[in-house]
Design a binder for this molecule. Structure first.
Ligand SMILES: Cc1cc2nc3c(=O)[nH]c(=O)nc-3n(C[C@H](O)[C@H](O)[C@H](O)COP(=O)(O)OP(=O)(O)OC[C@H]3O[C@@H](n4cnc5c(N)ncnc54)[C@H](O)[C@@H]3O)c2cc1C
Ligand code: SF4
Length: 524
């Protein structure tokens, strides 16, 4: 490693080269003492790591490190940039199999945490930027790709968490960035110097940003020539001067501050979102990966969403937990063998595996880009995410059906621990005689947590809007559905058109070509 790299590997506040982070506990310690400007409940948080509302989200990210230690075959991959095995969240997909393994890792982490483990946006940002920076350089003679590779190598060696900051606050949705009454509704460059650029604006709903080491900022939508200053991509440390974090409130989040661990439902793990306000924040030139190339913004957004919409098969791991919780609630009530309960569990599984099927198929049908990175199939990635906007709601409804109303009317843990009330609750909230009332309460609280509480943010509303609201997928499905080709098939068989059956085009940018291409997208 050269001297420049040694300096660059150092986070903004540290004075010596950081040790690569290996375990969850090393990761947790790496977050201490960064003096981030984080506001929660109207107060500046002294140390996010020690805040009871924030800590469960940090624990969820820590699992991404511990899984890599326990199951390196799932959560690590051999990096062509460092020659070492690196955390899969920092790996550039070298094959369709690499894409598939990303999804398997995401499902496993969903199972282990029951929530959003936050590290995928950075993974999908790196993978999409790999091809986009390559193609920008090819067209314009810029040097963005090599800069990205330099930064990626550092991130891989240090094993950093990278937050992906795409969604702007957006103001009036009917107007483009340059048409907004307030120019700061979309993040934009305010000043350019020889050394770098300054950016201003705010990114909303930023998953895991406070738990990250670095952020990659990206534009959120297609841009025109007038939006040149909004076409900006760059990497900056989370503690860069001028950044303020305003923590996102989650349903029932203060239960994490209660005594005991029953009412929280999932006391160990949660997701995290915050708004990031950038007040003329500096990004050095060597960390800028797009500056003004507005014609490449839509390519970046479309490729990023291709990765990220397929990444939403993370929800199948969370779904596995919810199906297990519903089955346990039925068992505790003595109804696990009843036919309609079994049928509901089958339906929940069917929906969950439908998400998995489309997500994993999007990866298997991935194709190589010019830069060498593999991109998931656009159609199947969008279909996967579109299923995710619906099925978790139905799985959640069925879980609540099986759980019964007690899930939302149960007394608190304080009553359960109360000398006078505790015995009454123990007696009257019992289900099957051989199962403890406390176990029953714990499972019902978990279902509440996942369908109404903190982790419903990740399992339900994030499923709806994260990586784009449902209409965004429908637009892309419409764009790629090749309706003329399908009409042609029908007209030929109906005898309307003679001999119009066309060969399937071999251009892998079309869906049917990818369907019939040899496996791994090896075009002939
Ligand atoms: C829990 C969670 C985590 C997230 N994590 C991240 C993250 O880590 N990084 C990140 O960058 N983003 C993240 N997002 C943001 C996510 O991508 C956005 O929520 C999503 O793109 C929708 O944007 P919005 O929330 O501003 O909704 P809006 O844009 O306000 O959309 C609301 C409704 O209006 C419709 N609408 C909006 N604009 C138009 C238009 N011009 N024409 C027609 N209809 C329109 C939409 O289709 C939708 O139905 C996250 C979101 C959530 C909820
Ligand atoms: S919602 Fe899923 S894909 Fe997105 S960051 Fe969370 S766990 Fe990863």
């Amino acid at each position: 490693m050269n001297t420049v790299d040694k300096i660059q590997m150092t986070p903004a506040t540290a004075t010596s080269e950081p040790k690569p982070i290996r375990t969850g506990s090393e990761y947790i310690e790496s977050l201490r003492g960064r003096k981030l400007k984080v506001f929660l409940f109207g107060e500046l948080v002294a140390e996010p790591l020690d805040h009871p509302v924030i800590r469960p989200s940090i624990n969820a990210v820590a699992e991404t490190y511990d899984l890599a230690v326990r199951n390196p075959e799932i959560a690590t991959a051999l990096s062509p940039f460092t020659g070492e095995r690196v955390n899969r969240f920092l790996h550039i997909a070298q094959s369709a199999e690499d894409l598939v393994m990303q999804g398997k890792m995401q499902r496993r982490l969903g199972q282990l945490t029951g929530t959003c483990f936050q590290r995928c946006v950075g993974m999908d940002a790196f993978n999409s930027l790999h091809s986009v920076t390559f193609e920008m350089d090819e067209q314009n003679g810029t040097e963005y790709h090599q800069r990205l590779i330099n930064f990626l190598g550092m991130a891989q060696r240090a094993n950093w968490v990278i937050g992906g900051a795409m969604t702007d606050v957006k103001g009036d949705r009917s107007k483009s960035p340059s048409e907004q009454a307030d120019p700061d509704m979309f993040l934009h460059v305010t000043r350019r110097t020889e050394d770098g650029i300054y950016v201003k604006g705010a990114k909303a709903h930023q998953t895991g940003c406070i738990n990250s080491h670095w952020l990659i900022i990206m534009p959120t939508m297609r841009l025109g020539p007038a939006d040149r200053d909004y076409a900006v991509v760059g990497a900056l440390p989370v503690d860069a001067p001028g950044i303020t974090y305003i923590y996102g409130r989650q349903s029932c989040d203060t239960r994490s501050m209660d005594e005991g661990d029953i009412d929280a439902g999932n006391a160990r793990f949660s997701g995290q979102e915050a708004m990031i306000v950038f007040d003329d924040v500096f990004i050095p030139r060597e960390r800028v990966f797009m500056d003004g190339e507005s014609e490449f913004a839509s390519m970046l957004v479309e490729r990023f969403t291709c990765y990220h919409r397929r990444s939403y098969l993370c929800k199948t791991g969370v779904g596995d937990v919810l199906i297990g919780a519903a089955a346990t609630a039925a068992e505790q009530n003595g109804v696990e063998k009843v036919s309609h309960i079994r049928d509901k569990l089958v339906e929940m599984t069917h929906l969950n595996e439908t998400i998995y099927g489309t997500g994993v198929a999007a990866s298997y049908q991935g194709v190589a880009m010019k830069s060498g990175v593999y991109l998931p199939d656009e159609m199947l990635a969008n279909v996967c995410k579109h299923n995710v906007t619906r099925f978790p709601y139905e799985i959640g409804r069925l879980a609540q059906d099986i759980a019964g109303g007690l899930m939302v009317t149960m007394p608190s843990e304080k009553e359960f621990r109360h000398p006078e009330l505790g015995p009454l609750i123990e007696k009257y909230l019992k289900g099957r005689a051989d199962i403890s009332t406390e176990d029953r309460m714990r499972i019902l609280r978990l279902i509440e947590n996942m369908t109404l509480g903190r982790n419903a943010v990740g399992y339900l509303t994030e499923s709806l809007h994260g990586a784009g609201s449902p209409q965004a997928q429908r637009i892309q499905i419409a764009r790629t559905m090749q309706i003329e080709f399908k009409k042609q098939l029908a007209k030929t068989l109906a005898g309307i058109a003679q001999d119009t059956q066309q060969e399937v085009a071999r251009d892998l940018s079309t869906y049917m070509a990818r369907v019939f291409a040899p496996v791994s997208g090896d075009a002939e």
